[in-house]
Write a protein that binds this ligand. Structure first.
Ligand SMILES: [Zn+2]
Length: 231
């Protein structure tokens, strides 16, 4: 839970996340940071795949409330991701997902699934927590991999998402941040981890209990992804 020293230094808050996906694994090898073979050989023409990763699941509930409305991060992320999928599909964008039910999926598996789908981008969806219950707003995380093009694209995706969050949601986003998180570090394609709202903030917890807010949230994510491909 308190393993993210780097993030703590950056935000003072992220270190409190009770989430295993933030565990700092071994740093990626140089080889993993180099462009993949697909980038060298001309890839066959096919639809771009967006890989959605609903955080947690199964034995790992993520952050959760122990009083009404008893929300669990793993349930919220799946609900939101499924709506993002619907909205992307309506825009003609192909989607693959790391899970479609309440199942345990390791961080390594999430990364390898995204690679096997040859995803154009990887978008992980999470809900935040913080001991300071006044903190609210979305955070859009990307990893500075020293791989210029991938980092640039990840930052661009995070910025597109952040803009849509500020336009379409009632809560002002906390902004785009760079951090060392497993799924955005180990994926070979541009990747962003969305901390969509704080479950520890009473106002945002109330919003997260509303179907209308989750639909708006999914709309902001889908619009940000669509913007990324158009820019
Ligand atoms: Zn999480």
């Amino acid at each position: 839970m308190v393993r993210l020293l780097l993030l703590f230094l950056l935000t003072g808050c992220a270190a409190s996340r009770p989430t295993s996906e933030y565990a700092l694994g071994p740093l990626p090898s140089r080889q993993k940071l180099t462009p993949r073979a697909e980038a060298v050989k001309p890839a066959p023409k096919q639809a771009k795949v967006v890989f959605l990763d609903p955080g947690h699941g199964g034995r790992d509930p993520g952050t959760q409330m122990h009083r009404w409305p008893n929300l669990k991060e793993k349930t919220l992320t799946l609900e939101i991701a499924k709506q993002v999928e619907q909205q992307l599909m309506s825009l003609g964008i192909t989607v693959a997902m790391s899970r479609r039910g309440d199942t345990t999926v390791s961080l390594e598996k999430r990364v390898s699934l995204a690679s096997s789908h040859k995803a154009a981008i990887f978008v992980s969806i999470h809900i935040n927590s913080c001991p300071n219950k006044r903190i609210s707003g979305a955070e859009l995380w990307f990893y500075n991999s020293q791989n210029g093009p991938r980092t640039k694209s990840s930052q661009k995706l995070a910025t597109c998402l952040c803009k849509r969050f500020s336009q379409l949601l009632p809560v002002r986003p906390r902004g785009v941040k760079s951090g060392n998180l497993h799924v955005i570090r180990e994926t070979p394609m541009p990747a962003v981890l969305i901390e969509a709202a704080f479950l520890t903030n009473a106002g945002e917890a109330r919003l997260l209990s509303l179907p209308s807010f989750k639909t708006k949230l999914a709309g902001a994510i889908a619009s940000g992804i669509d913007d990324y491909f158009k820019k």
